[in-house]
Ligand binder design. Structure first.
Ligand code: COA
Length: 409
């Protein structure tokens, strides 16, 4: 935990709608972008919902900001909890490393807890920032690159995949997405402005396409969003024509395979890239040459903060196994600190001595099932009091499907 001496020459408060554009420009500035022009701001504006944006001020000027989108998060066992998707975190370059983010985080975490959010998640620009505030890596994703010329898919689509243009495509995609997520542990609900910012704004600038898969009953049961960047065909190794899959959701394995076979079958494409896919997605098994599919990157996706630890531990289910008592430390929300007895039937707060002790960010990493307590013990990320405790916790927290979010924000 950081013990930065938080200076008191700045104040933090909730911003009102007359201040959102200034906050947006400040955030973009911290990522080295210029302020959004009017045609982009109209999409960003919708995503500022009342009471969810904080600003830090010094001498009457905005110097830092953080916000969140209202959402829900799926947890192991099929439960869904109130969740805030934290985003647009930035402190002006001339005010960094003076405790401004820490003050913003403190205010935001307190507000989320009061509002009844059980969890918060974010995507981290850098891995050194958020652990101190109780965020831990809870899901991973992979980035794929498929050489379409050698891929040689082994099967053919069994249903029909159609390109659906414009608003109709977005409508079908949204309907399917809202049915499928939150579903698998780690998936979240998207807020309405997500679609404007991610689909409509981009569709105006890039060649974004939506293809929908229809099963034998004629019902839509999956979709893929993708764009193609044309290369140079005389020198395709230097600048290949690349199709990038941005979002692909399907109701079942048959629809999933058809959507992949569709994108792999599009003519005049040298390479198919996919961003942010689940680590257990078996794309290579569809191919005649599995080496045509390379994992370019497998990195941290969800950074999870358990805002209300008792509620979070009660919301998920556990496998059968011997009970374990887990001690939790939480510097930013001390009401979470304490001992929790986890059994196959659930979790309760107790006064017992803990058998293993960890910081709340480390608990978050175990919560969706992505990493085991034994791994975290081996890497010295938790304190083992009883040497049999990590294995008992592993058995209780085990999940059958790797957690995954699939929504970038
Ligand atoms: C990341 C950012 C918001 C941090 O703001 P800040 O006001 O400088 O953070 P604080 O001063 O409150 O930092 C608190 C602690 O975190 C550390 N820290 C903060 N950002 C860090 C970073 N990027 N790398 C390493 N350490 C960092 C500080 O050194 C300090 O440590 P200490 O308590 O041990 O002294 C700011 O640097 C920024 O705007 N960066 C560019 C935009 C960005 O990356 N935003 C995140 C988008 S997800």
């Amino acid at each position: 935990m950081g013990h930065h001496a938080e200076v008191t020459d700045h104040d933090v408060r909730v911003l009102d709608d007359s201040e959102y554009r200034t906050a947006h420009s400040l955030f973009r500035g911290t990522l080295h972008y210029t302020p959004a022009p009017d045609d982009q701001w109209k999409f960003a504006r919708e995503s500022y919902e009342p009471g969810r944006t904080f600003g830090a001020f010094a001498d009457g000027e905005l110097i830092g900001t953080v916000q969140s989108f209202p959402s829900r998060l799926a947890v192991p066992g099929g439960g869904v909890v109130p969740h805030a998707a934290v985003s647009r975190v930035g402190v002006r370059a001339d005010w960094t490393r003076r405790g401004v983010l820490s003050a913003l985080q403190r205010a935001q975490l307190r507000a989320l807890r009061s509002a009844g959010d059980v969890a918060a998640t974010l995507r981290a620009s850098e891995t050194a920032i958020y652990g101190r505030y109780g965020y831990g890596v809870a899901t991973r994703y992979r980035f794929l690159r498929i050489d379409r010329r050698t891929a040689a898919p082994r099967t053919r689509p069994v249903g029909r995949v159609r390109l659906v243009e414009g608003e109709a495509g977005e409508r079908v995609a949204r309907g399917l997405f809202d049915e499928l997520s939150p579903g698998r542990a780690g998936t979240i609900a998207r807020w309405p402005a997500w679609w404007g910012l991610t689909v409509r704004r981009v569709a105006g600038e890039e060649n974004l396409k939506i293809a929908v898969r229809y099963g034998t009953s004629g019902e839509a049961d999956g979709y893929v969003m993708f764009k193609v960047a044309p290369g140079e065909h005389d020198s395709s190794d230097d600048k290949p024509t690349t199709l990038t899959v941005g979002d692909l959701w399907a109701r079942d394995a048959e629809a999933w395979a058809d959507l992949w076979l569709f994108v792999l079958g599009i003519d005049l494409v040298d390479r198919v890239a996919a961003s942010g896919r689940p680590v257990d997605e078996p794309v290579e098994w569809l191919l005649g040459d599995r080496r045509a599919c390379r994992v370019v990157e497998e990195v941290d996706e969800t950074w999870l903060r358990l805002v209300d630890v008792p509620a979070a531990l009660s919301a998920r289910t556990y496998r059968s196994g011997e009970p374990v008592v887990i001690g939790v430390r939480d510097a930013y929300l001390p009401e979470n600190a304490g001992a929790y007895r986890v059994t196959a039937d659930g979790a309760t707060r107790v006064d017992d001595d803990p058998e293993l002790v960890l910081d709340v960010d480390v608990l978050a990493s175990t919560y969706l099932g992505d990493v085991s307590f034994s791994t975290l013990a081996a890497t010295r990320r938790l304190d083992v009091v009883d040497p049999t405790a990590p294995a008992r916790a592993d058995a209780l927290f085990a999940v059958s499907e790797v957690p995954y979010s699939g929504t970038f924000f």
